[in-house]
Design a protein around this ligand. Sequence first.
Ligand SMILES: CC(C)(COP(=O)(O)OP(=O)(O)OC[C@H]1O[C@@H](n2cnc3c(N)ncnc32)[C@H](O)[C@@H]1OP(=O)(O)O)[C@@H](O)C(=O)NCCC(=O)NCCS
Length: 293
Amino acid sequence: MTKHNNMSRSWRRVAVNAQAWTPTAKEFAGAIARVQRDERERILRFRFIQDAKSSLVGRLLLRYLVQEELGVPNAEIELVREESGRPVLRCPEHVSQLRFNVSHAGSYVVMAADSEREIGVDVMDHRRPLHDDVERFFELMTTTFTPKEWDNIRRSDTHGTALLEFYRYWTLKESYIKAIGLGLRMDLQRLQFASDPRLSHAQDDLMAVVDGATCEVDGERLSDWTFEQCHLDPRHCVSVCVHRSPGSYRPQPFVIMDTAAVIDALAPLREDELDDPAVMGIFAQMKDKPQRQ
Ligand SMILES: CC(C)(COP(=O)(O)OP(=O)(O)OC[C@H]1O[C@@H](n2cnc3c(N)ncnc32)[C@H](O)[C@@H]1OP(=O)(O)O)[C@@H](O)C(=O)NCCC(=O)NCCS
């Protein structure tokens, strides 16, 4: 298990390769007995095993964070969703200052937290889209980015790097939308990002964090938000957006943890469901998701 100590605060940026976790039906039942019943029901409705694992690991990560950061045992953690769908803690006031956000894409589930400021995170897998060629895919996404953002994305000379740049911009935009909790209600054309060019040269040190990306909202530069960007591996890029001025804190690298370590750290909420035959049966019926190349 990854070792942490209170000083490092290393559980505030955690990434887990949820798809590397290949649980038996009993192990899956054991893991889902550690999240709230409403989340258990939601996760069991997924058709694809990959989606169920990502969603479950996301919930486990949030519970792990709250337990490690605030010392609240798993049984006392209650997460609720705001109207927009964003999960938040239902806790006494002093505890609920903790801000966090989760994202899942491809193999990874990531979680980012801050002790008091709004935070959003987004991870993307930048392999080719499953059904479209890159040009067709970009056409479908025209309104996601401003003309200037598209210039930056398309400046890359091969489709591989243009896709990577596309997803870097995507995660930046999503991280901000998620930090302010607006989800689909934000007009994406109001936001104009410039990705940190140092990220393109960070391929040799994948997890190195750069924090020089900038954002304008309706033409006004945002000066009190910081955007941290890094790669988790050659296929996944991630952005974290924090409501803190650039330079006022030290950006944090992601710590990679195993799903099993997160599960082990959390006590089951319902001992009698650790080998629930109903859950094991549903898990056995879930299908594999078609894979991108
Ligand atoms: C939730 C949303 C903000 C992001 O969804 P997504 O990118 O498909 O998925 P991610 O994996 O990054 O994030 C999902 C997680 O964010 C959290 N979340 C849900 N609603 C949220 C909201 N309004 N704000 C912040 N976080 C939210 C949840 O933890 C969710 O996981 P869970 O349901 O398993 O608990 C969604 O509203 C959305 O799809 N927005 C798209 C906006 C858009 O068009 N973007 C284009 C590219 S910029």
